[in-house]
Ligand binder design. Structure first.
Ligand code: TNX
Length: 411
């Protein structure tokens, strides 16, 4: 069981420190707790003498999936940036990183059998910058770096909409046989693969095969969101075939909740991104659910009206709101046992570099990490905001930007 795999005990006594666990992963989680204690005790000590609070901790996670998502399609992020994010995520015991690898504005992963995807589709991004892409070697390096920190990479190729970068790279993927122009704006829902062409399924299969071979994790994310120009019947037919391909390469399919209209296998993991106003309309009943509500989880939503970056179509997301909720009861019509965890997406229409990313992710993702680890009955805002107030100094020490929200009495 996941909670046993990740469980650990930490004992700090007057003359020794012990970490016990049944697995290397458990030991790793324990080391991360100890590391935070050491750094924070050091940063807030009144002398040069380092002392740690004594005691015993028995610890294990509440959810098996505690994720972050990075959109590298709207703006590209270097391997070094991704590694830096992975280090930070791992220190807060996040265990999945979902990579949004393709969208209208860019294709970010080398596909050997379709080289123009990266060569052409990799050269654009929002705002007209130069874009970029990961070679397969880069991607393998990221997967391994994450794995060494007990983080599983979830690759996403968004289909059949959000595909302009691919449609600009290969004329034959378009129904009219003409390549589209590269796109650098931020509109959504205008592109679609041609669902009646056999080339489309050769493309989908080659992409899923090449990426699956590099991805040891269980999931392959096939997108499915906002396919507004694909008629529903076409969408379902396309997805039924694509789901077969995912199965052929031994992956568990994952998709945005719109995938519910297709004939999904029972093990499918749907990512629930509805904002609160839509909760009663969007009730996927027949799958596992990953909670990523735009109103609670979206790190690209502004904290408040003066946040310099981000969007606000799902409202503002201050630090308290991002922390003070429970994935098992947020959406009344979902069954608590459908929900395997939560994921915090960072869409990057307005996010251009690591400092921007950090400002939107921190401190809110620390709260998400705690929601994933600690059951609701053992959490409360007063206690959390006190503990969080020390983490600004930790982030300063690492030269990581964060939003100095006034809700927190930063130490
Ligand atoms: C909706 S949420 C999208 C993304 C945008 C995001 C901006 C979802 C599955 N699709 O394409 O980047 O809003 O907040």
């Amino acid at each position: 069981k996941f909670d046993e795999v990740e469980a650990y005990e930490l004992e700090i006594e007057s003359d020794e420190v012990n970490i016990k666990a049944g697995t290397a992963e458990g030991i790793y989680r324990g080391i991360k707790t100890l590391e935070q204690l050491v750094v924070l005790s050091h940063l807030h000590a009144n002398s040069n003498f380092l002392s740690l609070p004594g005691g015993e901790i028995e610890d294990h996670p509440s959810f098996e999936y505690r994720g972050a998502m990075l959109d590298v399609a709207r703006h590209f992020f270097s391997v070094a940036d991704v590694k830096r994010y992975i280090d930070l995520l791992s220190s807060y015991k996040i265990n999945f990183l979902h990579f949004h690898l393709s969208d209208d504005q860019g294709w970010r992963i080398e596909i050997k059998s379709w080289p123009k995807l990266a060569e052409i589709g990799g050269q654009s991004e929002v705002g007209g910058g130069t874009g970029g892409f990961y070679t397969q070697e880069d991607f393998r390096e990221i997967v391994q770096y994450a794995k060494d920190r007990f983080i599983t990479i979830v690759p996403e190729i968004d289909l059949p909409g959000h595909t302009n970068a691919a449609l600009a790279s290969y004329a034959e993927l378009n129904c009219n046989g003409k390549a589209t122009e590269l796109y650098t704006g931020i509109e959504v829902g205008f592109s679609t693969l041609c669902v009646d062409k056999e080339e489309t399924y050769e493309f989908v299969e080659d992409v899923i095969r090449e990426i699956s071979e590099m991805s040891p994790g269980p999931y392959f994310h096939i997108g499915g969101d906002e396919s507004h120009v694909t008629p529903e019947e076409d969408f379902n037919r396309f997805m039924d075939r694509t789901l077969e391909i995912v199965k052929k390469y031994d992956k568990i399919p994952m998709g945005w909740y719109e995938l519910i209209t297709a004939d999904i296998p029972e093990e499918t993991l749907l990512q629930y991104w509805a904002k609160s106003a839509d909760f009663s309309k969007v009730i996927p009943k027949k799958s596992k659910i990953l909670m990523s509500s735009a109103s609670y989880n979206y790190l690209d939503m502004k904290y408040d009206s003066i946040t310099p970056l981000g969007l606000h179509w799902a409202g503002y997301l201050p630090v308290k709101k991002a922390y003070d909720w429970d994935p098992r009861s947020l959406v009344p019509d979902l069954d608590a046992d459908q929900i395997i965890g939560l994921e915090a997406p960072l869409w990057t229409e307005t996010i251009e570099d690591f400092d921007d990313l950090a400002l939107m992710a921190f401190p809110r993702i620390i709260g998400h990490a705690e929601i994933g680890w600690t059951p609701k009955k053992r959490r409360n805002w007063e206690d959390y905001s006190q503990r969080l107030s020390y983490h600004g100094s930790l982030l300063d020490h690492l030269e990581v930007k964060y939003y100095g929200a006034e809700e927190i009495d930063w130490k």
